[in-house]
Ligand binder design. Structure first.
Ligand SMILES: Nc1ncnc2c1ncn2[C@@H]1O[C@H](COP(=O)(O)OP(=O)(O)OP(=O)(O)O)[C@@H](O)[C@H]1O
Ligand SMILES: [Mg+2]
Length: 507
C-alpha cells in the first residue's frame, strides 16, 4: 500500500527526520526531507506528494503556517501533523486548518504507518475520483455501449475481447463518428485496469510546449508561470489507460518523446531530473491514414509501428447498413427518455430512408438525426417528414464493400457488367421507354442508345428483376474467360448480388 508513495517530511529536528525517513523508506516510500517550515513550503510547491508529515513546533515559520500554505496548493496532499504530547490546542487548530490527522510524540512506529497509509489511500482516491469525474463528464449523454450486430462490428467485439486483458498498445482507426472513442473506453472497461483512470489526451490545437507539459507534467520553475510542480497526464493515468485521440495531430518533436515513453514506460517532467516510471496502457485513435503520414514524413515510422501492435479498424456505417435499424432504435429509446416521449418508433418508410443513406458522418450523424426527430415529433410514430432532406436526397446506393484480392480484379469487365445492369434496371423502371431511362440515368438518349447497342441489350427489357439478373450473368459467363477468369467470376457475382440488393432496396 505504501510502496511507491511519495512523502515529504518537514521537521527541524534532525533526529526526527532521520527516524521517520528510515521507518518510511523501509516501506518502499520515496521521501523528501525539509529542515524548516520555509523549506517545507518550497518542496511542497516544487513536487507532488501523496502525503506530508509536518512538525508543529518549529522556529521561524511554524507548522500551522506551513499547513495553511500547503492546503492552498492545487491538488494539495493530506498533511499529518506531528505534535508534542499534551498540546491539544494546537491539534484543534490544525484540524480547523484542514490537517488530515496527527501523530503525538513520542510515537509508536505502527501508529505512524497506520496514519500515513490512510492519508496516502485518501490522496490516491481523490486523484482517481478527479479522473473519474472527468470521465463521467465526458460520457454524459452518451451510450457507453457499442451497438451493432453486423459481421464487421462483431469482429471488432472479438478483437476488443481478446486484446483488452493485456497491456498491448492499440491503434483504433476509422472515419469521424465511427465510434473510436467508444472502442477505446470499451478496451479499458474490459481490462484489469477498469477501476483505474482512463485519461484522454486531445493534442489537437495545443502547441508542442503546452502539450508536453500536459503529458509529462513539469517541475516548479520549468517555465515562466510554472509556480508549482504539476503532475502530467501520464502520471494521472498510472495503472490505468491513456487515450490519444487523433494521434496524427501530435507534432513531430513530441512524437519522439512519446516513443520513449512507449518503449521505456518512463519519462521526466519538464525541467525535471528525476525519471518517473509509470504503468499505463496506451490506446491511440486516428481518422487519418497514418501510413500515408509516415510516407509524407509527418509521422515517425518507428512510433507508427510501436502503436500498431493491435489494430482495430472501424468500418464506416455505410459498410454496415444492416446495423442502422438497431442503432436507430437504441438512439430512439435514449432520446425518447430524455425528452419524456416513451415508446417512440420510426415508420417503415422512415427507416427505409435511413437504411439507404450513405452516412458520411457515420454513427454520430445517425444519432443526431434521431435526436432531432425525437425532439421535434409530436406523434409516437416518426415518419419520413422528420427525416432531414439531405438523408432523403442521398444517392440510393453505393458500391458494395469488397476486399481487393491480392491479384486484383478485372476492372473493365466489372465496369461493363455494371453498365449493363444499370441500363437494364433503368429500362425496367422506365417501362422500356429509352428516353425516360436516359433521364433516370442522367445521360443523353443518344448515349444510352449507343450503350444499349454496344452491349447488345434488348430494347424492351423484361420487367422482372430475375430475368435481368439472368441476362447479366449470362453475359458475365460468356465473355473474357482470360487468365483471371476462374477467380474473377465469383467475385463479380458477389458484386452483382450486392448491387442487386442495394437496387431492390432503393426500388
Ligand atoms: N457502435 C455504436 N453504438 C452506439 N453508439 C455509437 C456507436 N458508434 C458511435 N456511437 C456514438 O456516436 C458518437 C461518436 O462516437 P465516437 O466519439 O466514439 O466517434 P469517433 O470515431 O471518436 O469520432 P471522431 O473521429 O469524430 O472523434 C458518440 O455519441 C457515440 O456514442
Ligand atoms: Mg473521437
Amino acid at each position: 500500500m505504501l510502496n511507491g508513495a511519495s512523502l515529504l517530511v518537514v521537521d527541524d529536528e534532525a533526529i526526527m527526520r532521520e527516524i521517520l525517513h528510515s521507518l518510511l523508506e523501509r516501506q518502499g516510500c520515496r521521501i523528501r526531507l525539509a529542515a524548516s517550515g520555509q523549506e517545507g513550503v518550497e518542496q511542497a510547491r516544487a513536487g507532488t506528494f501523496d502525503a506530508v508529515l509536518l512538525d508543529v513546533m518549529m522556529p521561524g515559520k511554524d507548522g500551522l503556517a506551513v499547513l495553511e500554505e500547503i492546503r492552498g496548493l492545487d491538488d494539495a496532499p493530506p498533511v499529518i501533523m506531528i505534535t508534542a504530547f499534551g498540546t491539544s490546542k494546537n491539534t484543534r487548530e490544525a484540524f480547523k486548518r484542514g490537517a488530515f490527522d496527527f501523530i503525538e510524540k513520542p510515537f509508536k512506529n505502527d501508529d505512524v504507518l497506520l496514519v500515513v497509509r490512510n492519508a496516502v489511500a485518501q490522496q490516491r482516491l481523490m486523484s482517481e475520483n478527479r479522473v473519474l469525474r472527468q470521465n463521467l463528464r465526458a460520457q454524459a449523454g452518451r451510450f457507453s455501449d457499442i451497438i451493432g450486430h453486423s459481421p464487421r462490428i462483431r469482429s471488432v467485439f472479438e478483437i476488443i475481447a481478446q486484446a483488452s486483458p493485456s497491456r498491448a498498445t492499440i491503434l483504433v482507426s476509422g472515419e469521424s463518428g465511427t465510434g473510436k472513442e467508444l472502442v477505446a473506453r470499451a478496451v479499458h472497461a474490459n481490462s484489469p485496469r477498469a477501476g483505474r483512470p482512463f485519461v484522454t489526451v486531445n493534442s489537437g490545437s495545443l502547441p508542442p510546449d503546452l502539450l508536453e507539459s500536459n503529458l509529462f507534467g513539469h517541475v516548479k520553475g520549468a517555465f515562466t508561470g510554472a509556480v508549482s510542480a504539476k503532475k502530467g497526464l501520464f502520471e494521472m493515468a498510472d495503472n490505468g489507460s491513456i487515450f490519444f485521440d487523433e494521434i496524427g495531430t501530435v507534432p513531430l518533436e513530441t512524437q519522439a518523446k512519446l516513443l520513449r515513453v512507449i518503449q521505456e514506460r518512463e519519462f521526466r517532467r519538464l525541467g525535471g531530473l528525476d525519471t518517473i516510471k509509470v504503468d499505463v496502457r496506451i490506446i491511440a485513435a486516428t481518422n487519418v491514414d497514418l501510413q500515408q503520414m509516415v510516407e509524407d514524413g509527418s509521422f515517425r515510422e518507428d512510433l507508427y509501428y510501436r502503436l500498431h501492435v493491435i489494430a482495430i479498424d472501424l468500418p464506416p456505417l455505410r459498410e454496415r447498413l444492416e446495423d442502422v435499424p438497431l442503432l436507430a432504435r437504441s438512439f430512439l429509446t435514449k432520446y425518447g427518455k430524455e425528452n419524456n416521449k416513451p415508446d417512440l418508433e420510426l415508420t417503415p418508410d422512415a427507416m427505409q430512408l435511413l437504411e439507404a443513406y450513405h452516412w458520411p458522418g457515420n454513427v454520430r450523424e445517425l444519432e443526431n438525426v434521431i435526436e432531432r426527430a425525437a425532439v421535434l415529433t409530436v406523434k409516437r410514430q416518426i415518419g419520413p417528414e422528420l427525416v432531414p432532406d439531405v438523408v432523403k436526397a442521398s444517392p440510393s446506393f453505393q458500391l458494395p464493400h469488397f476486399d481487393m484480392p491480392p491479384d486484383g480484379i478485372p476492372f473493365r469487365k466489372i465496369i461493363d457488367d455494371m453498365e449493363v445492369r444499370l441500363i437494364v434496371r433503368a429500362l425496367e423502371a422506365a417501362g422500356g421507354v429509352q428516353k425516360r431511362a436516359a433521364e433516370l440515368l442522367r445521360v443523353k438518349p443518344t448515349t444510352l442508345n449507343e450503350m444499349i447497342k454496344r452491349h447488345g441489350i434488348r430494347a424492351r427489357a423484361s420487367r422482372t428483376g430475375a430475368a435481368a439478373s439472368a441476362r447479366v450473368r449470362a453475359a458475365a459467363g460468356s465473355t473474357d474467360p482470360g487468365p483471371a477468369g476462374s477467380r474473377s467470376a465469383p467475385l463479380m457475382s458477389d458484386l452483382v448480388e450486392a448491387f442487386d440488393r442495394r437496387l431492390s432496396r432503393a426500388d
